[in-house]
Write a new protein. Sequence first.
Length: 132
Amino acid sequence: MVAASTMHPADTWYAGLHKPPGTPPPWVFGPVWTVLYVLMGYAAYRVWVRGSNMSLFILQLGLNYAWTYLFFGRHDVRAACWDVLILLACVAFMTYSFGRTDPLAGYLVMPYLAWTAYAAYLTLALRQANGL
C-alpha cells in the first residue's frame, strides 16, 4: 500500500542516486519486510493481550509510513533523515517496553530494531553521498 501510494513505475529518482556501501538489492526489501511485519504483529499481539499501552507501536507505524512518504513520495531526504532517527529512538524504546511486558515480544522486535538502525545508516549515508 505504501509503495503504491508513493512510487510510480517510471520514477527513476532513486535509481539515479549514488548508493552507500551495503545497500541491498531491491528484491531484498519485500521478504525482509514480510518477516519483520509478522514478527512485529505477533509481538504487538502478545503485549496487547497483557493490557499494555500500544501507543509506541502505533507511533512507530506512523513514523515508518512517514519515512516512505517523505523519501520516495516527496524525495525529501533531509526530512526522511529526521524521521528515521526519531523512528529509531521510538523502536528502541518500544523494544525495551515490549521486553519488560513480555520478554519474548521484546526479542521478536529486535530484528526490526536492527533493520531500522540499518535504514538510518542507509538514509543518512545516501543523503551525504548525494548532497541532498
